[in-house]
Design a protein around this ligand. Structure first.
Ligand code: XMP
Length: 529
């Protein structure tokens, strides 16, 4: 981008954008995801979005599925102004029923819920939506269905159970489909979405990480202006590191990163974060050693939620204290706070049902904003996690950091069960280090979503040489998951577990026994506390 004044501050003004209006289906975010897979930028907003309040014009609109029935009182409906924009519209499942409802209310409860695969028959081969799609498997998941063809529409596709599997307006570019093209079980689903976006909406498919990063850096430069200063907390995780690197690219040392060492990090972690961020990435970083403060406040505490609360509050306190010490050279006030919000968090918070109750309070540093009166900068808010990783690689963030397993904010405090002491932390640290080292040596680190050692607050009898021992127990945990909401335990080779157990018992003082946790989530959680 050559001229900063030409850079809009919203991504949807830079890239041709498809607007996805979300009616609450569990699959809605996948629509956005699929479109981006073929370089079409898409943004999801709640179905109740007022079109007059949009500051940009979409090239096309997709109405998602949803768990409601259009004819029930209180069910969500779309702003009728979507039809005034003159852009193509595609209704998926509930979205199609919404089109029919607006058109003459021809929607009824089906005799039975239809869930699973069906074969799509394209009845009108000239329909652009179904180019290269005939007789493929599609995924149905609906209770309601159309009982009549809405006025002005024609049938373009059917399935055995759905005479209206696909409908199209006779004269306008408005389409409805009963099935879900966004799920991978719909074999040609991506082709259908591509036909809609590229052939019908004529979107310029120019979304790429390379284009995004240039635009984003320019956008932040413009937003922050020539003098303002920004602070941000970094943890050594991929999100905060990538966010910090973008800020550094945009405004150099006017971005101040603060890393709070809470004494609950893993072996060598603080040193390694310091090196990577400063020597490796050139970021202006302050490391605060607050170990004594954290461990002091955690003394005697065994309740997991109390631990989380203390750690969260202490973090805010230390961060604010440190931020107050940073006085930019020219006396300029710090104006902005970097936050590593990702797109799934945004989706959760824009839901028309209100923010999800499942967000854990410690996951964001919301308290900081109220106290410090800072404005937010969220460079990753348009991105999914795998896109952040891709961006990290592009920006030269080391591969190991980009692919690091997630590590919880409260750190080892929730992996040392019971009271936290320096001695207990040392045992957990050493055991975890051996486990991860062996996983990396075996070349399976990337297959596993998260792995760690937890130190249990029980003692167990053992024997070493001729001596009876009475020491603690380590539980190893390794899981595979897509979204961390559900997870399965990872199946190691027996020889691997034997090797790790033997190393831990022999090399870590204070451990007499090693177990492997074979519980899935649910009913267990990933962490032990
Ligand atoms: P659970 O234990 O809830 O973990 O099944 C799911 C994912 O969340 C991480 N986790 C946390 N992350 N603060 C965090 O930043 C927390 O308090 C916290 N508790 C769990 C956990 O490591 C896993 O990746």
């Amino acid at each position: 981008m050559s001229n900063i004044d030409d850079v809009p501050v919203e991504v949807s003004k830079v890239f041709d954008t498809i607007l996805v209006l979300d009616f609450g289906s569990q699959y809605s975010h996948l629509i956005t995801r699929r479109l981006r897979e073929f370089n079409v930028y898409a943004e999801m907003l709640p179905c109740t979005q007022k079109i007059s309040e949009l500051s940009w014009t979409p090239k096309g609109i997709i109405l998602s599925g949803g768990p409601y029935s259009v004819y029930e009182e209180g069910s969500p409906h779309v702003d009728h102004d979507i039809f005034k924009l003159g852009v193509p519209i595609l209704g998926i499942c509930y979205g199609m029923q919404e089109l029919a409802w607006i058109n003459g209310k021809g929607v009824a409860r089906g005799d039975k819920r239809e869930y699973g695969p069906a074969t799509l028959n394209v009845e009108d081969p000239s329909c652009e939506l179904f180019k290269d799609v005939d007789h493929s498997q599609v995924w149905m998941s609906h209770g309601d269905k159309l009982h009549a063809l809405p006025t002005g529409y024609k049938i373009v596709a059917t399935s055995d159970n759905s005479p209206f599997a696909g409908i199209a307006h006779e004269t306008e570019k408005i389409f409805g489909i009963q099935f879900h093209p966004e799920v991978t079980h719909s074999v040609k689903g991506k082709t259908i979405l591509k036909n809609f976006a590229i052939s019908i909406c004529q979107v310029n498919a120019n979304w790429s990480m390379e284009n995004f990063v240039d635009t984003e850096i320019a956008r932040i430069k413009k937003l922050v202006g020539p003098t303002a200063e920004v602070i941000g907390a970094v943890s050594g995780g991929v999100d905060s590191t990538v966010g910090a690197k973008i800020l550094h690219e945009a405004i150099g040392d006017r971005f101040h990163a603060i890393y709070v060492d809470n004494g609950l990090m893993r072996k060598n972690e603080t040193e390694s974060v310091y090196q990577t961020l400063t020597e490796g990435l050139g970021i202006n970083l302050t490391v605060v050693d607050a170990t004594d403060k954290f461990l002091g406040r955690l003394k005697g505490i065994t309740d997991p939620e109390k631990k989380r609360k203390i750690i969260g509050n202490t973090f805010i306190h230390v961060f604010e204290e440190e931020a107050a010490k940073i006085t930019p050279k020219d006396g300029q006030e710090i104006e902005y706070l970097l936050q590593g919000t990702l797109y799934p968090d945004v989706i959760e918070s824009i839901s028309f049902k209100g923010p999800s109750q499942t967000i854990k309070t410690h996951h964001n540093v919301g308290g900081l904003l109220e106290d410090m009166k800072l404005k937010l900068i969220e460079p990753l808010r348009e991105l999914f996690k795998d896109e952040v990783r891709h961006l990290g690689e592009l920006l030269g963030v080391p591969h190991d950091l980009v692919w690091r397993h997630p590590f919880p904010g409260p750190g080892l405090a929730i992996r040392v069960l019971g009271e936290i002491t320096p001695e207990q932390l040392k045992i957990a640290r050493e055991a975890d280090f051996i486990f991860i080292e062996e996983i990396k040596k075996a070349g399976i680190y990337k297959e596993i979503s998260q792995a760690f050692a937890a130190l249990l607050p029980v003692k167990s009898v053992g024997v070493m040489g001729d001596q009876r021992t009475y020491e603690q127990v380590i539980a190893l945990r390794a899981i595979e998951t897509v979204d961390f909401m559900t997870a399965d335990w990872y199946v190691f080779e027996a020889s691997f577990l034997k090797r790790v157990a033997s190393r831990i018992v022999n090399e870590v003082d204070g451990v007499a026994r090693v177990t492997y946790d074979i519980t899935s989530k649910p009913p267990a959680t990933v962490e032990w506390e």
